[in-house]
Design a protein around this ligand. Structure first.
Ligand SMILES: [Zn+2]
Length: 494
């Protein structure tokens, strides 16, 4: 018996050593980026394009688009075959601007796991709401931002979307630091904005306002979740660049707010006590302020409601999700399902999700500026693919196909005040083009019928887009990537 036990201990010891060696090797194996095309197409002539007019929600008759050095020089219908240009006839195909996802999260492994998927899905512009690996909550520690590393690598061919902003600090609570010192510290390390992440805790209202006024004083944007206890008028007066997620807004439509916790009882209370007059007045105030709304319908309250459906959890997109991450998603799904196993509980979750869609519709009707965002990296939200699902959600909420397209094109470019260059297909603008087989104004899911993407003077045709997806599929199941993913996660915990 004693002999057997010592044998077992020895075996266990050997296994641990072997696993440690394998893990160390996995972490240190070099990662290979997606092999990019190297030939730029600086002179492109697209013949017979049917252009989606984003501003007016119309489609043009057959037009020719002349592009030089990545910019649209001319759009006309005179038929010519210019020399020195790569001429492509896209008869019966539709052209619209490439898409923006205004709420994405990244990791240092994003060049392997996320960027090719974004480009393959025509999403070439993102707002990075939190880079998970350059997360340093200690303001005195030096910060090595992934975005800077990627941008340097992009000069040598790394495939990546245009990242307009990338934040690496979430304000969840203020411990031992004053609002002034926090804002000063974040400004000093060049954070693009201050993101309030009030999911499991809420700031005292006075602290919320103090952060806002300090941000205003030091001229840095502040945005994110809303505390339940804040007065929306004061928040808007102090300046709040964007409100993120439907769940953060819903509590503000009840006269007597219950409490912050997002438990089932609170959800039921908010559903039963929504005041429509108050709702419309709050939304009207948001519309009249300079505040945008990014509902992230595709994740906010949706996964909690749909996770009971096998089709939802067994999405074909799972093959693009890193193995460890997918296991964590599945663990969450089974815990959630066992926690809400009664039909009446699931009915509340479904109604809360529908309430979010209803609010998106009311917000839109009241003139709130809506941004398409997915919260990709969150459970069962997929970089690139989910932006198309968000467009579907927006139309489910009540926006027309044309209005939904605006939230992922012209409205984000208004947010960044770059409409002179981005957001629609017009002479003088940057040629970020999505070529589609079918018309998205007729059916919103036609944004998925991607024939080609023209971005950064590169033309990615169907086979290129497929190879981007294949590359991510392989990376997501690679042993080395899993070791790195796990290692980064462990480093972030301690
Ligand atoms: Zn987020």
């Amino acid at each position: 018996m004693k002999k057997l036990l010592s044998k077992l201990i020895r075996l266990l010891f050997i296994c641990i050593i072997l696993l440690t060696i394998a893990f160390t090797v996995g972490i240190n194996l070099p990662t290979e980026n997606f092999e990019q095309k190297t030939t730029n197409i600086s002179k492109l002539y697209l013949k017979n394009a049917r252009i989606i007019d984003i501003k007016n929600g119309k489609v043009s008759e057959s037009q020719n688009i002349t592009i030089i050095d990545g910019r649209i020089i001319k759009i006309d219908s005179t038929d010519e075959n210019p020399t020195e240009f790569q001429v492509i006839d896209i008869k019966n195909k539709y052209v619209m601007p490439t898409l923006w996802d205004m709420h994405v999260h990244t990791l240092s492994l994003s060049p392997q796991l996320h960027f090719p998927l974004l480009i393959a899905n025509g999403v070439t512009n993102i707002r990075d709401m939190g880079d998970g690996d350059s997360w340093i909550s200690d303001l005195d520690k030096p910060l090595e931002k992934d975005k800077l590393i990627w941008e340097a690598a992009a000069k040598n061919g790394l495939l990546m979307p245009r990242i307009w902003e990338s934040c690496s600090y979430h304000v969840e609570e203020l411990e031992d630091i004053s609002p002034k010192d926090l804002v000063t510290g974040l400004k000093a390390r060049n954070e693009p904005f201050i993101k309030l992440q009030l999911e499991d805790s809420e700031l005292p209202a006075a602290t919320f306002y103090a952060l806002q006024s300090e941000a205003k004083k030091q001229q840095i944007k502040i945005l994110g979740h809303l505390s339940c206890n804040v007065d929306i008028d004061t928040v808007l007066q102090n300046g709040y660049r964007s409100i993120e997620h439907a769940w953060a807004l819903i509590p503000h439509f009840v006269k007597e707010k219950k409490r912050f916790e997002k438990d089932l009882e609170t959800k039921a209370y908010e559903l039963n006590n929504q005041d429509l007059v108050l709702t419309n007045s709050v939304l009207k105030k948001i519309a009249n302020s300079n505040t945008y709304y990014c509902p992230t319908n595709v994740t906010s309250n949706r996964k909690e409601a749909l996770v009971f459906d096998k089709e939802f959890t067994e999405s074909p997109h799972n093959e693009y999700v890193e193995t460890v991450q997918l296991k964590l998603w599945r663990l969450w799904a089974s815990l959630h399902k066992s926690g809400y196993d009664k039909p009446e509980q699931q009915a509340i979750l479904r109604n809360y999700y529908r309430k979010g869609l209803e609010i998106t519709d009311l917000a839109h009707k009241n003139g709130v500026k809506i941004l398409a965002g997915t919260d990709a990296l969150d459970r069962y939200v997929y970089h690139g693919f989910s932006l198309h699902d968000e467009l579907v959600e927006l139309t489910k909420a009540g926006l027309s196909n044309a209005e939904a397209l605006k939230t992922a094109t012209i409205t984000p470019s208004e947010y960044y005040q770059v409409t002179a260059d981005y957001g629609s297909i017009e002479e003088g603008k940057i040629a970020d083009l999505l070529i589609l087989e079918k018309n998205p104004l007729e059916e919103i899911s036609n944004t998925k019928s991607i024939e080609a993407v023209y971005f950064n003077q590169q033309l990615y045709e169907k086979q290129d887009l497929d190879s981007m997806k294949n590359y991510v599929r392989e990376q997501a199941k690679s042993f080395s990537i899993s070791c790195k993913f796990l290692w980064n996660m462990l480093k972030g915990m301690f």
